[in-house]
Design a protein around this ligand. Sequence first.
Ligand SMILES: O=C([O-])C(=O)C[C@H](O)[C@@H](O)C(=O)[O-]
Ligand SMILES: [Mg+2]
Length: 429
Amino acid sequence: MNLTITDVRLTPILVADPPLLNTQGVHQPYTPRLIVEVETADGTTGIGETYGDTKYLELARPFAEKLIGRQVSDLNGLFVVADEVVVDRSRVSGQVDVGGLRGVQTADKLRLSVVSGFEVACLDALGKALGLPVHALLGGKVRDAVEYSAYLFYKWAGHPAGVRAEKDDWGAAVDPAGVVEQARRFTERYGFTSFKLKGGVFPPDEEIAAVRALAEAFPGHPLRLDPNGAWSVETSLKVAHELGDVLEYLEDPTLGTAAMAEVAARTGVPLATNMCVTTFAEIKEAFTRDAVQVVLSDHHYWGGLRNTQQLAAICRTFGVGVSMHSNTHLGISLAAMTHVASTVPNLHHACDSHYPWQSEDVLTERLTFDGGRVAVPDAPGLGVELDRDRLAELHRRWLDDDGCLRDRDDAAAMRVADPGWVTPSVPRW
Ligand SMILES: O=C([O-])C(=O)C[C@H](O)[C@@H](O)C(=O)[O-]
Ligand SMILES: [Mg+2]
């Protein structure tokens, strides 16, 4: 067995995305992702997936070059290599990431978001070479299936007229009835039993009404509302008060650890975050101030599957819950999320996943949800296979794009429908 990396292929693609609304705007009709393939001297290949915007590609290319000649088993070495990759200062605004709503942008976070795609590819290759599933390389699964929640979005029926886009059959959801109808489809199609509504889109009273409607339609089911920091402390407290009896948790009601701590001190509703605890450096302040009760991990920006396990261990130590955040992603990442989630003993909340919104994939076979759960693959590596023809088609779409879609920008996508739209300043309400 020769596990020396001899080739690394990076394939940026554009994948169809429905017109999902969030506080910054609307999803573009196609969103960028990067597919990573590593190949070893004995011909074993491993695949990974991460963000595909230019700022990630810029780092992934020199990173890939530095991997040639290293061992796929040298996972710690990936972080050493990452530190050698120079981040263009202009890419690090210090602001909340415009496309992803995942906290402040830093050079390290950019690097870790690239490392994660390579770490998953290396684990996939290593698992295939050793005949072991990725979860075994991570210490072994403690469950055979991972539970996901239905990720509900306010949504238009279609992208704006005249915009090239793929059609979807989800219909519009811009009021409580539409949200409940969407939730019903999620349960019928995938069997989900818990629901998260992406909020921060309409005034809080409308979103409270939507969650109330969900609670009536699905009594006793766990519900979450996530406005991505769009509310003031007082508004957050009002929503917590009005929905306290039905919420499993309130996700990032307000922006920043200090404001979250203030809300947490004045409500019994647990607060979850994928915005104020997004790096190891942010943990100490948030935990000591009791600002968050659940951290939503995301292997993409935490730096991979093993860092996710470390985050979970820290959460366990501090008695803080852990679950999983998701951005637009394909089946490679869902497989990776499922493998790592299967190894985390203290995962007591259903994980988020955008996967049901993605009608396109680069796998020969899509992963499926049964009763809201994904079975943990036991085949070697991630247990999924790349469809090269499909990858080539989606890459062709990326090549053909004039550059407008290669960097996700939800506010720009919103301006197509509403030319005066600017990213709302926070707190919005
Ligand atoms: O806070 C969250 O859960 C997210 O950031 C998830 C996604 O980015 C979501 O808001 C989106 O894609 O519109
Ligand atoms: Mg969130």
